[in-house]
Design a protein around this ligand. Structure first.
Ligand SMILES: Nc1ncnc2c1ncn2[C@@H]1O[C@H](COP(=O)(O)OP(=O)(O)O)[C@@H](O)[C@H]1O
Ligand SMILES: O=C(CO)[C@@H](O)[C@H](O)COP(=O)(O)O
Length: 472
């Protein structure tokens, strides 16, 4: 009789750490845990380790391999002894907006896209390096290495790792730094020096199925990856599939066998966790648009959903949901905007509907940007916390312009990390079935969706100078 092998996958995301323990052969989830993170854009990495300890408590006894998927881009600066010298500056911290403009102006958009596959936006780690130089020069002076959230947590979990020279990362997460080229599989250390004024130690880029260490209890540690790359693994994304993830960030991404480079900055030319590529568009405002609107309206998320579904439509009410500034379109200083208030539209249900539509219009533009890069969009797989919303499911097909598949609710980032752990453990990437649920019935016609998107585009384009003003 064959012995069941267990693997664990971790999602160290913006809002929480989630852990799943799975059967390595089938992917069946046997145990799960989660613990929240502080609600901030600069977070002491020790908080992630605390959350990991709580989320994994009592789950790991017989687990043979572990892998960490993590929120992309966050800057973790370490001194020569491997100690953290500043709270990690996360992907959704827009302090580096001016630094971004400087870096883009210095090299030019085409040169950045050619060098790294992407045009840096304030999320990218390279812009945070430039920012810290002037914002906290004493911190910059002490820094000897720079790592990403999943690199740091993997390092922290690895027993017997001695110092910054033992740090590891993977292609997927490295591709979001702004100093690694997916096309050539190599670091551009000149870009670190350009941003930071001097060199820093960088994690070694591990192979996709590599074992990079062992935990204190003797489980193998796989390379880990960025959260979107892990979700692609968890979904077993294939060409023609586009994943739309509605978590803290909104992302639309697809696997590709060739690298992309978009100097317009809309599509980031990332790498995936299998040796391929993962062109991706990311918005800063997704699930939290719904929770903030629910709070405004004095509703919980189920009531917001119900209100959005029963509303007769947004009737011309448009919400640009840039509550945390925005990344795509590149408007880091922007604030949100509600346009089209009349006595008829100034109603809770209409506002609920406009919030869901506004969030989805941002993602519809993201899916169009992937199409413009020549990526086929045969179907959209909806995931992330807000994919549980019935209103989202009902509005998404017509707004995104593609059939929507709803993978069964699950932690696909943690699952993808677990699948990578199984790959490192057994030497073979296992085939795990992804079960699909039944999405809510679609409620918009194509003509209605086109009208909503046209109004959204008109408000966005008409107010761009206003949205570029500094936030109050
Ligand atoms: N039914 C729902 N409708 C809308 N949003 C939801 C629903 N369920 C959960 N969420 C939201 O999903 C978010 C968490 O999603 P998740 O994908 O785990 O995010 P992250 O990976 O960024 O931590 C929270 O903001 C939560 O409010
Ligand atoms: O910055 C990006 C992608 O480029 C984000 O997608 C982060 O990776 C954070 O993701 P969530 O916490 O929202 O899952």
């Amino acid at each position: 009789m064959s012995q069941q092998k267990l693997v664990a996958g971790v999602d160290c995301s913006t809002q929480a750490t989630k852990v799943v323990v799975c059967d390595a052969a089938t992917g069946e989830v046997l145990r799960e845990g989660r613990a929240p993170h502080p609600d901030a854009t600069q977070v002491d990495p020790a908080e992630w380790f605390k959350a990991w300890e709580i989320a994994s408590d009592g789950l790991l006894d017989d687990v043979q391999a572990v892998s960490v998927g993590g929120q992309q881009h966050g800057m973790v600066l370490l001194d020569a002894d491997g100690q953290v010298v500043h709270p990690a500056v996360l992907w959704n911290d827009t302090s580096s907006a001016d630094a971004t403009a400087e870096l883009v102006a210095e090299l030019g958009p085409e040169a950045w896209a050619e060098a790294t596959g992407s045009l840096p936006v304030p999320s990218f780690t390279v812009t945070k390096l430039r920012w810290v130089r002037s914002a906290a020069p004493d911190v910059a002076d002490r820094a000897a290495a720079v790592a990403l959230p999943h690199d740091w947590l993997t390092h922290r979990l690895a027993a017997g790792r001695n110092g910054i020279e033992d740090l590891t990362t993977d292609r997927g997460d490295a591709s979001g730094t702004g100093w690694w080229s997916p096309a050539t599989n190599s670091y551009r250390t000149d870009l670190v020096e350009r941003a930071f004024g001097r060199s820093l130690a960088l994690p070694r880029v591990a192979e996709p199925a590599e074992t990079v260490g062992e935990t204190a209890s003797g489980a193998l540690l796989a390379a880990g990856t960025g959260d979107n790359m892990a979700a692609a693994l968890g979904l077993d994304l294939q060409p023609g599939d586009v994943a739309v993830s509605l978590g803290t960030s909104g992302t639309a991404f697809a696997v590709s066998t060739h690298p992309t480079s978009d100097p317009s900055g809309l599509v980031a030319g990332f790498a995936d966790a299998t040796g391929r590529y993962l062109p991706l568009v990311c918005t800063l405002n997704a699930a939290r648009v719904m929770s903030a609107t629910a709070q405004l309206l004095g509703m919980d998320l189920a009531e917001l959903d119900e209100a959005a579904l029963t509303s007769s439509g947004s009737n011309g009410l448009v919400m640009l949901p840039y509550l945390d500034g925005e990344r795509t379109p590149d408007l880091p200083h922007s604030t949100g905007l509600v346009y089209g208030l009349t006595r008829a539209t100034m109603q809770p249900a209409t506002m609920a509907r406009a919030a869901v539509e506004g969030m989805l219009c941002g993602l519809a533009d993201a899916v169009d940007a992937l199409r413009a890069q020549g990526l086929p969009v045969q179907r959209v797989l909806l995931l992330g916390g807000a994919a549980r919303s019935r209103a989202v499911q009902a509005l998404a097909p017509a707004l995104l312009g593609a059939p929507v598949v709803l993978p069964e609710p699950g932690e696909y980032v943690a699952l993808g990390a677990a699948r990578q752990a199984a790959w490192a453990l057994t030497g073979t990437l296992p085939t795990w079935e992804v079960a699909s649920g039944k999405p809510e019935t679609a409620i918009l016609t194509d003509a209605e969706a086109a009208d909503i998107r046209a109004r959204y585009a008109a408000v966005l384009n008409g107010t761009r100078p206003l949205l570029a003003q500094p936030r109050p």
